[in-house]
Structures are given as C-alpha cells and as structure tokens.
Design a protein around this ligand. Structure first.
Ligand code: F6R
Length: 608
C-alpha cells in the first residue's frame, strides 16, 4: 500500500530510486513519481499508471542528483491523477516529500494552512505535510520536519528533501514501516527490504517516533522527537535478490504456488526434531497455556481464512473453543478479552493496519499476544509477546498463496503443541499427524505436476459473470479462500456458500450452466454434501469438484472431478486449496489481467 524510497550518496539517485520502486511496485501501482536534488535544483517527474511510464519519462529526460525520493501509489485520498501522485511539493517548489500512511487530521491542518494563505494542488492528505514543513522551515530541514510531524495524527513514513539543503535526506516514521540501508555508496531508505538488498545487507529498522538525517558527507544521525540523538542497531540481513526474482516463472504468483512444498518442508525441518514439535521460546509454556480462558484468532483476508481453518484444528486437538474475528470488525465491536486470553494475530506482511490496531486493542485489555508473521522485523513482530515466523520467503504476488499454507502449518503446529502440553492428545496421536504432515509437500507436488489440467477449467469460467464456491465445515473455509483468490485476480464475482445453507436462499441463483466449484474432503460430511450437489445439479449447475474421494454420488453430480491425494481429514485444507490457486491464476491469465498486480489492490494494506 504505497511504497517510498530515498537515496543520499555518491551515485545518481534516479536509477537507484526507479530500481527500488520497481521492487515495491506491487504495494501500489496506480501512479509513481520521484524528485531529485542536484546542482541546487529540485526536479520532479510523475506519471499515471505503471512504473514503466515513469521510467519512460526519465529515459527521455534524465534528471540528475545525488539525493532523491520516490513513491509508488495506491490511492487513498483523491483519485488517480498527476496532481495526487507523489512527491508533493510546497508552493515555492523547494521542498519535496513522499509519504506512506494516512493523515487523519489533514482537513483541520489544511484549513489552518489555508487561513495562512497556503493553497493546495491535490486532494491528498499528504500535501498538508509538505506545506506544514514549508511553514516551519527557517533553513533547518530537520527541525521543520520534526515540528510538522508533531502536528500529525495518523500514520506516516516520510522521505523529505529540499533544494536549500541539497546534501540532506530526512526520514521519519510513525506506524508505517521504514528501513534504512547503509553502504559505502550512500544511504537508502525504503518501505521494505526488497528494494535495499541489491545495494547492501546492512540495515537499520526505524521505530515509531524516530527521525533520521542523512548527508552527502557520509554522516547519518537518528533522533527521537525531543531531538536527543539515539544509537541504532545495525542488522545484517541475509535476504538475497534471487529470492525476490521470478526465477524463470512467468509470474510471482506461479512461482509462489510452486514454492509451497519447500516452504512447508523448511518449517517442518526447523520445528520438528525427532518427531517432537520444538517451538521453544516462540510459544507459551504449559503453565501459561493452562491459564488461557479463551483463544481468539484475528486477521484479515487470506490470513483470516488460515485462522478459520486452524480454528478447526485447535478445537479438535485441544477441545478449547476458538473465536475468529476479522480485524476490522474486532476493532469496533465489544471484546471479551482479559489478561487470561490468548490472542493470535496472523499476517504475512506484519504491517496490516487493521490487524496492528486489533493487536494494540487486545494488548490494552491485557491479553497475551502471539503473532504468526512472514516478514521478519515487521511492526507486528515487535509488538507481540511471542512470534512464530512463517519462513516461506518474500511473497510478492498480491494474491497470497504460499503465505497461506505456511500460516496454516504454523497454526497447526501450535495446536499440536498445545494439545501435547495440555495432555488432550496422546504422543502417538500427535506423531501420527506429524508423520502425515511430512507427506503433505510430496502430495502438493503431485497436484503441481498436473497444473495444466486447470487451464481448461479457467477457459470454462473466464466469461462468467458469477462463480460460486461451496463446501461444508473446514471445506467451506477452503471454499471461501478459493473464492477470494478467484475474485481478486479474475475480477469475476465469486461467492462462497456453505453447502447446507444453499437451500435457505442462495439456491435461487442457480440456473442452467451456473458454475460451481465444490470442495469435498471430509468423511463425516461427504454424504451430506453429495446430496447438496445433487440439488445444485438438478437446477442445471455445472459442478467442478475438488475432492479426496471417489464417491459415486459426488462423481455423478460433477461435471469434472479434480482428484487430489488423500490425507487425514483435518489436513485436507493444505491440499484442497492448491487447485483453487491454479484456477484463479489461469483464469486471470486467460482474461489478460495483470496476475501479480490486480486492480485496486495492494500487497501490504497499511491503512485502516
Ligand atoms: C489475498 C490477500 C489479502 C491478505 C490480507 C492480509 O490474497 O493477500 O487478503 O491476506 O490483506 O494481509 P497480511 O497477511 O499481510 O496481514
């Protein structure tokens, strides 16, 4: 959700900024821009649409400078237009600023500035910040930025440069991620690691309420908001640029679908030693678990679906009730949480604003906080009491695939660990499940090897105006995740419906050739769902069934059976989601959509 970059060093900032923006384009891609300071001039270029357009402008009219900032936008305030694209400038066009986040009190500040005769060119919340800086500016850029950010409510990561301070880059962070890269060639700032790894492996993670000053004479300083200088720890990262390349695949999504077996193997190797789960300090002790009176799982989107599937596993393994809540709903509803409640937050990015706010709310009520996160060093990892990492490598495609199965795995291991500590399962029962889990990567590989089968289904559904998913129990959650995948990248209206609920209204939508994708993997509901499919078929629906069974009623009522390997029922979600990921991928491709960067979306949703 918007990405910012900045550079201050002995190279030309233009190329570095464009390069950095390219790596983060998936965060937001409706417009882009950059500003450079060089030879006492401030130059800005902007474009609408993909970054390629900005690159073109830069190639035709290269701008030069050793200090610069750049931005790739996902519109929040104001439509997609050049005026609303970042960087934003003060009236005299001497100061430029890029922003990731949302300023909640921008209307009040705007009025205040308008009363001081400031005028505004854009509809963004960001422009007020640069005009505020202008207002406070008296030659000292750092002070002006600091005075301005103290007036802001909301969230921000900012990069600021000025023509009158041509050798300086100022960066500041509050509730939006910002990372600093250090190299012999200069200093970099970025919303994420991916755009830094090409230049350096030495990074500093900025915390809330920190402001940094970088200068061309090889100096950098960090301050708190009282302007006390602070010492920051330098972290050596081992992320390589290979892991964020497409590695020969046409799209990141396809690459990430294929990475799932290895991602699962990596976690199993790390967390299972001699058939025993080793979560160590990452999870709670037996005594702590025994005290939990309630378990909440809170997340958004795909991560929420991982939580909903895990609810079945935790309840089955531990006999404890689990409440799942969408973060944005949790935040504004009554909460039944106290110091004995375990709250589990699931997030690929660790930066999702709704989930972070939910975490903050749960913390205020005294709950114990466990975060399941993929992005190391993200905000969520710092706010939680305990963190379990997904270790599935950077996920670049906006549509989440490998993060989902990795989240599932971490949650299942937690469920088993809890069952072990609470004594709700025997060692043998746990070992049986672990042994079956070890087989999951190979079974996913079998489905991957048949990927071309899904192209035909994509051809069948690509021109539909609606597609429906259906399932019961845990299969209904896999259906919800399948529907989310399909709708977000194919733009076909897709809805998941609980099979038993169809007759209570939704079946009215069925007509000849309505396309249904059914998920059927659970022994104790297979006969029930078989009848539901019969009801759909008799209304003319074309049913594509993802199933572990060879069930005659299911077979008879399906237009096509998508047979997946058998496993124990509770582990079926690891397998049943893979066909849905492919169906979504190939449908998006068949429709000529941008698979990795679907419209209106962004990878990291850092606004509420
Ligand atoms: C869908 C998708 C989103 C995210 C959601 C939460 O494919 O990726 O629904 O799952 O925005 O994001 P994280 O996991 O980063 O908190």
């Amino acid at each position: 959700m918007c990405g910012i970059v900045g550079y201050c060093g002995n190279k030309n900032a233009g190329e570095i900024i464009l390069n950095g923006l390219k790596k983060m384009e998936y965060r937001g891609y409706d417009s882009a821009g950059m500003s450079l300071v060089g030879q006492d001039k401030l130059k800005t270029i902007k474009s609408i649409g993909k970054l390629e357009n900005l690159k073109k402008i830069y190639k035709e009219n290269p701008i030069k400078g050793s200090v610069g900032i750049g931005h790739t936008r996902w519109a929040t305030h104001g439509e997609v237009s050049l005026a609303n694209a970042h960087p934003h400038l003060n009236t005299s066009e001497t100061i430029a600023l890029v922003h990731n986040g949302i300023i909640e009190n921008y209307q009040d500040l705007k009025k205040e500035l308008e009363n001081l005769d400031y005028s505004f060119k854009s509809k963004t919340d960001t422009e007020v910040i640069v005009q505020l800086i202008d207002y406070y500016y008296n030659g000292n850029l750092l002070n002006a930025v600091l005075k301005s950010v103290k007036r802001l409510k909301g969230s921000y990561a900012l990069g600021v440069i000025s023509m009158n301070n041509p050798s300086e880059l100022i960066a500041v962070r509050y509730k939006s991620p910002l990372i600093v890269g250090l190299s012999d060639d200069g200093y970099f700032i970025s919303s994420e690691l991916s755009s830094l790894v090409e230049y350096t492996n030495k990074v500093i993670y900025m915390e809330n309420n920190e402001i940094a000053q970088f200068s061309l004479n090889n100096e950098y300083k960090f301050f708190n908001y009282n302007l006390d200088e602070i010492q920051k720890e330098i972290t050596n990262i081992d992320l390589d640029s290979q892991s964020i390349s497409k590695n020969g695949f046409d799209h990141y999504m396809l690459k990430e679908i294929f990475e799932q077996p290895d991602a699962i193997r990596n976690t199993l190797e790390k967390r299972i030693v001699e058939n025993k789960i080793k979560l160590g300090d990452s999870f709670f002790t037996k005594e702590e678990i025994e005290k939990f009176n309630k378990i909440y799982i809170i997340a958004c989107g795909t991560a929420f679906h991982a939580g909903e599937v895990a609810k079945f596993a935790i309840q089955k393994f531990t006999g404890r009730q689990v409440i799942c809540d969408i973060a944005s709903e949790f935040n504004y509803n009554q909460k039944f949480i106290d110091e004995n409640t375990l709250t589990i937050f699931v997030s690929q990015s660790g930066e999702t604003a709704d989930t972070l706010l939910a975490l903050e709310n749960a913390k205020k009520l005294g709950a114990k906080i466990l975060a399941i996160v993929n992005s190391e060093n993200s905000t969520m990892t710092r706010e939680a009491d305990k963190v379990i990492y997904c270790y599935c490598g950077p996920e670049i495609s906006v549509a989440s695939t490998k993060a989902y199965t990795s989240q599932l795995l971490q949650l299942y291991l937690i469920a088993l660990d809890m069952a072990d500590k609470l004594g709700t399962m025997s060692k043998e029962e746990i070992t049986d499940i672990l042994e079956e889990l070890m087989l999951i990567p190979g079974k996913i590989e079998f489905i991957l090897s048949n990927k071309d089968d899904f192209r035909d289904i994509a051809e069948d559904i690509k021109n539909e105006s609606s597609v429906y998913y259906t399932g019961r129990g845990i299969d209904f959650i896999s259906a919800k995740e399948g529907a989310l995948k399909l709708k977000e990248i194919s733009y076909i209206h897709t809805e998941a419906m609980a099979s038993g609920e169809l007759k209570h209204g939704s079946i009215a939508l069925m007509e000849k050739n309505t396309k249904i994708i059914a998920v059927v993997t659970q022994n104790f509901t297979v006969d029930k769902i078989a009848s539901n499919l019969e009801e759909l078929k008799s209304r003319g629906a074309d049913i594509y069934t993802i199933t572990t069974f060879n069930n005659s009623t299911v077979n008879q009522n399906s237009k096509q059976i998508i047979k997946i390997p058998e496993t124990i029922d509770i582990l079926a979600p690891f397998l049943s989601i893979i066909p849905s990921q492919f169906i979504a991928y190939y449908t998006s491709l068949a429709k000529g959509n941008d698979v990795d960067k679907p419209r209106n979306l962004a990878k990291s949703v850092t606004v509420e």
